[in-house]
Design a protein around this ligand. Sequence first.
Ligand code: BES
Ligand code: ZN
Length: 456
Amino acid sequence: MQDIVAYLEQNRGRFEQELFELLAISSVSADPSHASDVQRAAQWVASHLKALGFNTQLIPTEGHPLVYAESEPVPGAPTVLVYGHYDVQPPDPLDEWVTPPFEPAVRDGYVYARGATDDKGQMFTHFKSAEAWLRVRSGLPVQLKFLIEGEEEVGSTSIEKYLKEHARSLACDVIVISDSSQFAPGLPAITYGLRGIAYFELRLQGPKRDLHSGTFGGAVMNPLNALTRILNGLIDSKGRIQIPGFYDDVVPLAADERAMWASLPFDEEAYKRELGVTALAGEEGYSTLERSWARPTFDINGIWGGYQGKGSKTVLPARAGAKFSFRLVPNQDPKKIAQQLRRYIAELCPEGVRWELIEMHGGYPYVAPLQSPYFKAASRAIEAGFGRQPVMIREGGSIPIVTLFRQQLGVDSLLLGWGQHDDNTHSPNERFSLEDFHRGILSSAHLWLELSRCSS
Ligand code: BES
Ligand code: ZN
């Protein structure tokens, strides 16, 4: 690997500059006013892969474009599908960014920008490792197929359809995704499980106009009161979700898995300090790692209604609403959860307000078997890149396509996260350590070789 390692060393600066170019594109998939920026990011990704020598397609969809690229087949070696996403979360609140979200800036060895770690920076490591093999050697030791989407942060709708229609051309032996985290600084990880998600918007309509809360309060149902009553009914003070049937399909945590996680070096005090909270919260009877990796949860993501301006206003608002989501664990099904929720809201919602529940998106939970030879190959590659053997973890976030890959292609994913928990994903001042970026590239370069030794 010396020649490849030398190439990576020599090109560190250029790799960073190229990443910064991609980070400067404001590809916010949730916001229609950024549609052309999302398009630009897709084009950037496609031209980049094309210039590396991949057979590349920019695929329009009903939503944001997909990019597909493949290298030559390598007889006798496995085919590896690399998935990533070029879309990013909205950058708000803007005034909390030290430097603007789409003007990448380097401070203390980190690049700060929306998408730095989630997922542009992590995804790009696989582009650069492929480049090294293609430029230094005559070709890659495995066939690579890149499938890059622009709707991951909004529920992966278009790629799901594409996957169903193109399962044959996407055929592969293993999938590689870098869109997760290391366990801690200096302690890399392979993630073998993710939570699923069911995301909703609830809209309540009370009287046909805003009312004086003195004249009408007490006689007319206030939609904000109704909303908080409903939301409050969804979870109890012990962190148990109250929707009838919600836990029916939950696979209980296995004792050996709990023991494995309990042995990880997790410092609860440091965790609290880093987040600025005085106490941790969650479902009774479970540790913090268990709560965030393997137990279902309910979070309100946004709530509105009534008067939010300066001073006070005695108003009984006509409307109220909330966006909220459940994280799901094996074997919960987001569609089933939606039905159960709908029935339960019908029970909880007081008379005098009308309600509408919008099912925004859903994703299935995922747990991979740990025995595959691909895991061992990935572990060796990470050790080569990070100087330390990775630990096996689950994480609480969701990458909906992972379960769909298994269903449609029959293939499991290697979730190799190069990020850190304090990278501020989905928050202001998102960042990615440039050291981790380069270690990720090095691991990825080793990964293609290690995977080539697994017979296909
Ligand atoms: N990179 C994350 C997923 C992730 C987060 C994996 C934390 C492991 C740990 C991904 O980009 C993401 O944020 N996904 C969304 C999916 C949702 C919008 C369907 C998520 O988890 O909220
Ligand atoms: Zn994300």
